[in-house]
Design a binder for this molecule. Structure first.
Ligand SMILES: Cc1cc2nc3c(=O)[nH]c(=O)nc-3n(C[C@H](O)[C@H](O)[C@H](O)COP(=O)(O)OP(=O)(O)OC[C@H]3O[C@@H](n4cnc5c(N)ncnc54)[C@H](O)[C@@H]3O)c2cc1C
Length: 440
């Protein structure tokens, strides 16, 4: 049997591997020190979240003399992968909050305003404050909008009241969700989990929270007092079939009951009843705690602009019509869409942003030089799927649902591992922040 010090040593090695691993593989890959390209190009970036800030940093590393303007009204920067940890009662909400200004690339100008209209035919964006910005290149990095209003009876003011939680709603909502979950653990009853039938960011997060609730109940010796239900929007639990099957097996083992083809349409907070659309008609499920995951769509200024897909599966919710490999707009070649707003089949994670940004930047810089870039994004998406506190599965995949493990033979993607938990709980935030600065 391994002694404590041997175990510690092993743990230390594994931790080192995790940190170095995050730095070396799926996340951090330092930018090359190629000579800067001289240009006077006006580049406007709409949105200063993960993708907008990282893009500004990369551009400022590669260009000399460009006028980079980044527009976002939100002064706080949210480290959204931290919301899950806040809602699990493991981190304070301050863990997920930073200041946008601290990550703005040297030389880039931050305009604290919101884009209300995109006019790609005339290369202009207009802000809520009435400013007009002309551009040579536009990067749209506005993320997505959470459409709580699409669930009848739902209002963000209900988060943290009468058993309603919503991990997605922001740092305050995540904290309030933990308070409601803690109350539920004391009282018991039905815990209801679900996801919308739209595209969504970090599609593993609703599953993670069901696992966390189960684990928290067990740790409090209250599991017998609760029934947990996961209402999936279709016949699968995850878009990658092998991962879906693994989650199904774990849910079965943890006695988290699943029900399929259920899309939440309404909530009655007074009666604590959620209504779902199913192929058989409307059905109601009573709850004592519910984690609401709202439908997600492109923000309205993008959705109702010429930048949105005009037809096909991404059109209704207004996702941006970009080429999946280059993130370049298919009709407006001086426009790129990066991050959650992009209408591509996968990639709504911060880890995807890490791989998307250098590709789009390379294409933009090549255009400035009159050349062509070969860089391509393969749909890389990564989801550290927490299965209990202290364990996670590091699920990484591409557009074709191939598993793309960063550490083949070392970290098995479908095993619940401590090292994968370390990736999520410890390594992810520093590498994310390094990405914002263009160092990862
Ligand atoms: C609960 C949860 C858990 C997650 N877990 C993980 C995880 O474990 N791993 C992972 O890799 N990813 C995870 N993610 C996903 C990740 O956070 C997002 O995919 C990532 O932040 C996307 O970056 P983005 O720049 O596209 O959008 P965001 O980071 O959301 O930034 C968008 C920015 O655009 C701004 N904006 C919006 N509209 C406008 C406008 N009209 N004009 C100007 N600015 C505008 C917003 O204010 C915001 O600052 C998680 C997300 C959530 C919510």
């Amino acid at each position: 049997m391994a002694s404590t010090s041997e175990r510690d040593l092993t743990r230390r090695n594994v931790l080192r591997l995790a940190l170095a691993g995050a730095a070396a593989a799926g996340w951090a890959r330092p930018a090359g020190a190629a000579a800067k390209v001289a240009t006077k190009a006006r580049i406007v970036i709409a949105g200063a979240g993960a993708a907008g800030l990282a893009t500004a940093s990369r551009l400022s590393q590669r260009l000399d003399g460009a006028q980079i303007t980044i527009i976002d009204a939100r002064r706080a920067h949210f480290y959204q992968p931290g919301f899950t940890l806040v809602a699990a009662g493991l981190k304070p909400k301050s863990y997920a909050i930073g200041a946008t200004r601290d990550y703005v690339a040297p030389g880039a100008t931050l305009v604290e305003d919101r884009v209300v209209a995109f006019h790609p035919e005339s290369n202009v964006v207009v802000t809520a404050g009435g400013q007009r910005f002309g551009y040579d290149f536009l990067i749209v990095a506005t993320g997505l909008q959470l459409d709580y209003a699409a669930i009848e009876g739902m209002d963000t003011r209900l988060i943290g009241v009468d058993g309603i939680g919503s991990v997605y709603g922001g740092p305050d909502a995540a904290e309030a969700t933990w308070r409601e979950l803690a109350r539920f653990i004391e009282r018991g009853g039905v815990g209801l989990f679900h996801r919308p039938d739209t595209e969504m960011k970090c599609a593993g997060a609703p599953l993670k929270y069901a696992f966390i609730a189960d684990d928290r109940l067990r740790r409090a010796d209250r599991r017998g007092k609760a029934e947990l239900i996961y209402a999936a929007q279709n016949k699968a639990l995850f878009s990658v079939p092998i991962v879906s099957e693994k989650v199904r097996m774990l849910f079965e083992e943890r006695q988290i009951r699943t029900t399929h083809d259920h899309v939440m349409t309404a909530i009655d907070p007074g009666r604590r009843i959620a209504t779902f659309r199913t192929p058989q008609g409307r059905t109601e499920i009573g709850y004592d705690f519910v984690n609401i995951v709202p439908p997600m769509r492109a923000p309205d200024p993008v959705r109702f602009s010429p930048l949105a897909w005009q037809s096909g599966i991404f059109a209704a919710d207004g996702w941006m019509e970009v080429d999946p490999a280059t993130l370049r707009h298919r009709r407006f070649p001086n426009v790129f869409g990066i991050g959650d707003v992009a209408g591509v089949p996968k990639g709504k994670t911060a880890a995807s942003v890490k791989w998307q940004v250098p590709v789009a930047v390379d294409h933009l810089v090549a255009s400035l030089q009159g050349s062509v870039s070969e860089a391509a994004y393969n749909g890389y998406t990564s989801c550290p799927l927490i299965t209990r506190i202290g364990r996670a599965m590091l699920v990484e995949f591409d557009y074709d649902n191939n598993l793309t493990p960063s550490f083949p033979g070392v970290i098995a993607p479908l095993e619940e591992l401590w090292v994968s938990w370390v990736m999520k709980g410890i390594a992810l935030k520093p590498t994310y922040l390094a990405m914002l600065r263009g160092q990862a």
